[in-house]
Design a protein around this ligand. Structure first.
Ligand code: PNS
Length: 162
C-alpha cells in the first residue's frame, strides 16, 4: 500500500527550504499532498491560486498541490491521509509546532505529525524574511526557485532589482 502524507503550510511563497522538506519527505512516503492554507495568514502577499500555481509549476514528482480552508484535520480526513509532515528549523519553531501537533491529534487520534529537520542551509529562512529581502532589493538568489524569484520581482518592481 502506498504511503501518502500531507504537507500543509501558508507557502507565501514557497522557498527552497520548503522544497528541501518536500524532497526529503518523499524519501519517507510515496506521495505527498502539499496543501496551501487559505486562512493561516490574514494578509498574504500572494493569492491562494498564485501560491498553489507557484508550487504546481515546479512539477515535483509524486507531489500533488491543493488549497484548503478550515481545519487541517478535516483536510487530512478528506484526503484520507493520517500523516502530516512539518519542517523544523530551530528550537524557536518547537513551541508552535508542538501545540499544532497536539491540537491536531486531539481532534483526530489517528493523525501523526512527522517532523523533518530543515537543511542547515535554509535553517534561518522564512517566507516573511524572504519577502522583506525581496521587497527592499536584497539578494534572494539560491533561496527560492526561478518562478518564485520572477514572481517576487514582478510584485516588488518598484522597490529595486530583486
Ligand atoms: O506555514 P505555516 O503558516 O507555518 O502553516 C501553518 C498551518 C497552515 C499548517 C496551520 O496554521 C494550520 O494548520 N491552519 C489551519 C487551521 C488549523 O487546523 N489549525 C490547527 C488546529 S486549531
Amino acid at each position: 500500500m502506498q504511503k501518502v502524507a500531507i504537507y500543509p503550510g501558508s507557502f507565501d511563497p514557497i522557498t527552497n527550504g520548503h522544497i528541501s522538506i518536500i524532497k526529503r519527505a518523499l524519501k519517507v512516503v510515496d506521495k505527498l499532498i502539499v496543501v496551501v492554507a487559505e486562512n493561516s495568514e490574514k494578509n498574504p502577499l500572494f493569492k491562494i491560486e498564485e501560491r498553489v500555481k507557484l508550487i504546481a509549476d515546479l512539477g515535483i514528482e509524486n507531489t500533488h498541490v491543493k488549497s484548503f480552508k478550515g481545519l487541517l484535520v478535516d483536510c487530512a480526513k478528506q484526503e484520507n491521509v493520517n500523516i502530516v509532515i512539518r519542517g523544523l528549523r530551530a528550537v524557536s519553531d518547537f513551541d508552535y509546532e508542538f501545540q499544532l501537533a497536539l491540537a491536531n491529534r486531539r481532534m483526530n487520534r489517528e493523525l501523526e505529525t512527522v517532523f523533518l529537520m530543515t537543511d542547515y542551509k535554509y535553517s534561518y529562512l522564512s517566507s516573511s524574511m524572504l519577502k522583506d529581502m525581496a521587497k527592499y532589493g536584497g539578494n534572494i538568489e539560491g533561496l527560492v526557485p526561478e518562478n518564485v524569484k520572477n514572481k517576487l520581482k514582478e510584485r516588488f518592481l518598484s522597490y529595486g532589482d530583486n
